[in-house]
Write a protein that binds this ligand. Structure first.
Ligand code: MN
Ligand code: MN
Length: 390
């Protein structure tokens, strides 16, 4: 999950190992657990940086529309998840395209967006999105995004593959522009002249009229898929509320099509802390929507790193690595978090402690058992600013 190439290698290595072992009762199991081949990037004496200033980067610009990427190229640690910040002006469309190697998850920050998406069996859906809404397009499903209305729209895209961009994103103009007209004519049953003047190269951002307020009907008529691609995340009450903050969360249990991604909006009051924890089943990608946070990461062998992130910065925590998020500003902060699993799993340090008896903890830390009676008896999840006062 955190490294498809490595996993493929391991699957291969596992097959070789299994084949070379004696045939009796060949070992079965999940080869992803054979993680004793370290990722070179994570095997050094120090942890690499896990921060990238996404909004300060330039990206692809066309007029006042842009797409800024955080992939393994910009943030090498982020092998499992990539992200894009995208703004579209009125009348601008991110043209019809698909991602061969990643599913796409999105959160709308501002403005209105319309999408179309095609899936297997010819099902297609058109959806309109506003701030706080989420979409999910399964890997390989063709889609477009267009600004709706007379104001720009602005959204964050998250992909479940850090290598999604280069050689992984396929645009319709790039394809059609390189197919001979005779082949296109045969394909569509039209004269070759029908393709005169089509773009020869990838358009990427297409420009046209502001879309009609009412959704237009597709050429084939409406043929809706069994599962919708839209989820109104902030249109609902928070998933959980704490003294110090609140969390909205959407995984496949609430949004069934989102089989490979979970999204979270985390609000922390000044001084509040999303406690030390790790995710057994997913990498984590973070985008600071508002505020200033301190993110810590623990990577075993005494390796511990802290990054300070502000608005528009991106962070990345590999699967299984310990981490925390603290609001160190004087205003509330809001962080968008994407995880590359459709099932949310967390193990919080307070709960791990609470899941052990005092005698175990006394031995482990060389302290009197009575000390651990003062520890929380349940999960903290978010600790408020004043929690640490005597
Ligand atoms: Mn896309
Ligand atoms: Mn986390």
């Amino acid at each position: 999950m955190s490294n498809p190439q490595r996993r493929d290698f391991l699957v291969g290595a596992f097959a070789v190992a299994a084949a070379t072992q004696c045939g009796a009762g060949a070992v079965a199991g999940d080869p992803t657990f054979m993680n004793n081949v370290p990722d070179p990037l994570l095997a050094g004496k120090e942890l690499p940086t896990f921060k990238f200033a996404l909004e300060k980067s330039e990206g692809k610009v066309s007029g006042k529309s842009f797409g800024k990427e955080a992939t393994v190229e910009q943030l090498p640690i982020s092998k499992g998840i990539a992200g894009v910040s995208m703004k579209l002006e009125p009348g601008v469309m991110r043209e019809l395209h698909w991602h061969a190697t990643a599913a796409e998850w999105a959160f709308v920050l501002n403005g209105q967006v319309r999408t179309t998406v095609i899936g297997p069996q010819g099902y297609a859906e058109t959806n309109d999105f506003g701030p706080g809404d989420v979409w999910y397009f399964p890997r390989g499903h063709g889609h477009m995004l267009e600004c709706l209305g007379d104001k720009p729209c602005y959204f964050i895209l998250i992909f479940d593959n850090g290598y999604f961009s280069e050689f992984g994103t396929f645009s319709i103009t790039d394809w059609i522009g390189h197919v001979p007209k005779a082949l296109l004519a045969k394909n569509f049953g039209l004269p070759e002249s029908a393709f005169d003047g089509f773009p020869k190269e990838e358009v990427y951002f297409a420009r046209g009229a502001v879309p009609p307020a009412e959704q237009s009907v597709p050429l084939q008529g409406r043929k809706l898929p069994p599962l919708t691609h839209k989820y109104e995340l902030l249109g609902q009450a928070p998933h959980a509320t704490f003294k110090g903050g609140r969390e909205w969360r959407v995984d496949s249990s609430r949004f069934p099509i989102s089989k490979t991604m979970t999204g979270v909006i985390l609000d922390l009051d000044p001084g509040a802390l999303r406690e030390l924890h790790w995710h057994p089943n997913a990498d984590e990608w973070e985008y600071v929507i508002e505020g200033t946070i301190s993110v810590t990461m623990f990577g075993s062998h005494g390796r511990y790193r802290t990054e300070t992130m502000g608005k528009g910065d991106v962070g990345y925590i590999p699967q299984g690595y310990g981490h925390s998020i603290e609001n160190i500003g004087d205003k509330p902060c809001r962080v968008l978090i994407g995880l590359n699993s459709g099932t949310y799993e967390t193990i919080d340090l307070s709960q791990w402690i609470a899941g052990n008896p005092a005698d175990v903890l006394a031995t482990n830390f060389g302290k009197p058992a009575a000390l651990f009676d003062k520890f929380p008896k349940k999960d903290v999840f978010i600790a408020p600013k004043e929690a640490s006062k005597e």
